[in-house]
Design a protein around this ligand. Structure first.
Ligand code: M6R
Length: 610
């Protein structure tokens, strides 16, 4: 969601800004722009559309040789994608880029109109830029202007600002929207995410809220809103440029699906000690775990779907009630949380605005919070009472795949730990599941990846569909919700996930000749029931694709037009291979349709606004 880059150094900044924005393209955007401090002027060039459109405009700007500038990719919130609504937004004194939403922009607009300002865009950001300008005119001091502006602004922001009178300096400040700062012999940078900096440095500062960064070509300093100098913790990126590149794959999504076995190994193996789950967190390893009466898993999108898998596993193994909830609903519906409940926040990015707000709400109610997050040092990770990192490495494709698989794996370990602490399973059983997880999940996903061609063949039969259904029971039902989201977001085919037994209560009226129904069959206890559901839709003309475990495919006569048999593994581990196959299926449908797999329309990787 929106990308920010800022640079000051000895090199011409336009290529650096464009390159930085390219590395942030995955975040999703619909327009882009740059401002360069150039021979005493701030020159802004912006364009609706992709970065190529911006680059075309910049081709006629040979005189843009300035070495300090800011750039932005915008994901529209206030006002349609257009040249005038694109960032940066400028005044005669300054230019500003913004991620987030200024909630009181209308109030600010009134204040600015009284001060004689007018507006050329519909954006909240232009109001923010002019607010900084209004204060700057009074003091001629950038820090004073920023400090006064943020005292008025309500909402979320990561701002990058350059001032005409300070043309070698980039200023930055943030609240509820991520922003990092770095400085090395290659110059000073600000960015909304690590990939933009990887080509220059591995050291960075994650800016604390309310801290103003002053980035110059040969120094970086930080101050609080009283102007006092403050320190920020320098961190080191744990991954490299290669990991943020496609590595020979045509898309990040397929590369990331292929990284699942390794990601699961990295996430699971270090957390098994003496054969049992061990997290190195007192609340999870000690006796507190058995005192949690109910668990609430709060998340958005794919992470919420991983939560549904977690619910199935925790309830099955630990017999502890689990409520899974969409964070955007949880935060506003006055949830009932008991003092002895555990709230788990699941998030790949750790910056999802709704998940962060849900975390803050749970904390304000005095409930213990556990974050399961992929991005180290992200806001959700930092604010929760404890954090478990999924060590999946960078996930660049907008469609989340490996992050989902590792979230499921970590929830599985947690389910075993809770079951042990509540004495629902004995150590021998727990240790048996743990060793199966280590030995069998990565290996069986590797086998599943070898089914790539067969999955693509099935995908080729689905590309012209307008609607399709996923059905399953028990944990398969949870997996179907994610399979359906994956297909929708990248192939633009409408799909619904249904509990196989629920179709006949209404939705079966939509099943007509040729409608594809993808049935997931991995749970032996309900296999015959799912098969009945398959027969029901086939009787109404559905084109059925079955994804089944080897054992069940051999044991039952499952009627279908296409069959994808999962590699042999324990039933409790089958969801992992099934998830991979369903991700591959969505990927191939999108790729065969020639769509922009990694950057689906209207979507952003990290949803940092409400
Ligand atoms: O970073 P998060 O895991 O908090 O993101 C949550 C959702 O926005 C995310 O999973 C989204 O649904 C993905 N596009 C799914 O592929």
């Amino acid at each position: 969601m929106c990308g920010i880059i800022g640079y000051t150094g000895n090199k011409k900044c336009v290529p650096i800004l464009i390159e930085g924005l390219r590395t942030l393209e995955y975040r999703g955007y619909d327009s882009a722009g740059v401002t360069v401090a150039n021979s005493g002027e701030l020159v802004t060039v912006k364009s609706k559309g992709r970065l190529d459109d911006l680059e075309n405009k910049l081709k006629s700007q040979d005189e843009l040789t300035g070495t300090c500038g800011i750039g932005h990719t915008r994901w529209a919130t206030h006002g349609e994608p257009s040249d005038k609504n694109s960032h940066p937004h400028s005044t005669s004194n300054l230019s500003l880029v913004h991620n987030g939403i200024i909630e009181n922009y209308a109030e600010i607009e009134e204040m600015l109109i009284s001060a004689g300002y007018s507006f050329s865009s519909e954006t909240d950001t232009e109001r923010g830029a002019k607010l900084v300008d209004m204060f700057y005119k009074k003091s001629n001091d950038p820090i004073d202007a920023i400090k006064n502006a943020i005292s008025v602004i309500r909402g979320s922001y990561a701002f990058g600002i350059i001032f005409k009178a300070h043309e070698d300096t980039v200023y930055a400040v943030r609240k509820d929207s991520p922003l990092i700062v770095s400085h090395s012999d290659k110059g000073g940078f600000i960015a909304s995410d690590i990939p933009a900096l990887l080509g220059y440095t591995s050291k960075y500062y994650r800016l604390d809220e309310g801290v103003i960064a002053v980035v110059k070509k040969d120094s970086v300093s930080f101050c609080d809103t009283d102007g006092n100098s403050v320190d920020q913790k320098e961190e080191t990126v744990s991954w490299n440029v290669e990991q943020a590149q496609k590595g020979g794959f045509p898309h990040f999504m397929i590369k990331e699906i292929h990284e699942e076995p390794e990601a699961i190994r990295k996430t699971v193996e270090p957390r098994i000690k003496n054969g049992l789950p061990y997290f190195g967190i007192e609340a999870l390893d000690g006796c507190k775990l058995s005192s949690f009466e109910a668990i609430h898993i709060v998340a958005c999108g794919t992470a919420m779907h991983a939560g549904l898998v977690g619910k199935a596993l925790i309830e099955k193994l630990a017999r502890t009630p689990v409520n899974v909830e969409v964070a955007s609903e949880f935060r506003y519906r006055d949830p009932i949380l008991g003092k002895n409940d555990l709230v788990i926040l699941l998030s790949q990015s750790g910056e999802t605005a709704d998940t962060l707000a849900a975390l803050r709400l749970a904390k304000s109610m005095g409930v213990y919070t556990l974050a399961i997050v992929n991005v180290i040092g992200s806001s959700v990770a930092r604010e929760a009472d404890s954090v478990l990192y999924t060590w999946a490495g960078p996930e660049i494709a907008v469609a989340s795949t490996k992050a989902y698989s590792v979230q499921c794996a970590l929830l599985y370990l947690l389910a075993i730990r809770i079951a042990l602490s509540k004495k629902m399973i004995d150590e021998q059983t727990a240790s048996g599941i743990c060793s199966s997880m280590v030995e069998k999940i990565p290996a069986s996903i590797e086998q599943a990846l070898k089914m790539n061609d067969a999955v693509r063949d099935v995908a080729s039969k689905l590309v012209s569909s307008e609607h399709l259904f996923y059905i399953g029971r028990d944990i398969d039902c949870a997996l179907c919700t994610e399979a359906s989201l994956k297909l929708k977001e990248i192939s633009y085919i409408h799909s619904e996930a249904y509990a196989a037994g629920e179709l006949k209560h209404g939705t079966i009226s939509l099943i007509t000749e040729g409608i594809p129904v993808i049935a997931l069959v991995t749970v032996s206890k309900v296999c015959e029931k799912t098969v009945s559901g398959i027969r029901e839709v086939r009787a109404r003309g559905a084109y059925t694709v079955c994804v089944a475990t080897k054992e069940l495919a051999e044991k039952y006569d499952i009627p279908c037009d296409e069959m994808l048999v999962l590699p042999e593994t324990d039933e409790l581990l089958a969801p992992f291979t099934a998830a991979t196959i369903l991700q591959l299926l969505a990927y191939h449908v999108s790729a065969l349709k020639g769509l922009d797999v990694d950057k689906p329309r209207n979507l952003a990787k990290s949803v940092t606004v409400e």
